[in-house]
Ligand binder design. Structure first.
Ligand SMILES: [Zn+2]
Ligand SMILES: [Zn+2]
Length: 145
């Protein structure tokens, strides 16, 4: 994805913080980032952008369709690049780590269930809440989302 083109097409002005925030999502080893995560990553690079500004930029990206805003029950809104491919999520209630999966059986079953109820399925969001391997090893207690 060409960040500059993407930004221009979205009608958003190309600014250093906007560019850097988008880059974080593109190059990052972590795909799912909250405004707080972005804030800390930028601070580590000595880019001091306020949390409120970061949140506003993330929401602008979400409105422009560049990012998806995920609504996990376990805490803050989490953003990820819109790569045009559907996937579902596993969310750790201990550390907030987010994993992704796609399961054809689950996808198919959801369509069948919707059809049984007379629904035409447009989209769905499936999030599984649990404890990740790291937190299990550290004996982090399970938490209700
Ligand atoms: Zn965890
Ligand atoms: Zn995801």
């Amino acid at each position: 994805m060409d960040i500059l083109r993407e930004l221009r097409e979205s009608g958003l002005k190309v600014t250093i913080p906007r560019l850097r925030i988008l880059q974080l999502f593109q190059e990052g080893s972590i795909k799912h980032l909250s405004a707080d995560d972005v804030y800390k990553l930028l601070l580590a690079e000595k880019i001091d952008v306020g949390l409120a500004t970061i949140y506003r930029v993330l929401m602008q990206f979400a409105e422009a369709g560049i990012l998806f805003r995920r609504h996990f029950e376990s805490g803050h809104a989490v953003f990820e690049l819109n790569e045009g491919q559907h996937h579902d999520h596993l969310v750790c209630t201990g550390c907030g780590k987010v994993d992704e999966f796609v399961d054809e059986g689950i996808e198919l079953r959801q369509h069948e269930i919707a059809t049984e109820h007379g629904f035409v399925l447009h989209e769905h969001a499936l999030s599984l809440y649990g404890t990740c391997a790291d937190c299990t090893a550290k004996k982090v207690p399970p938490r209700k989302p």
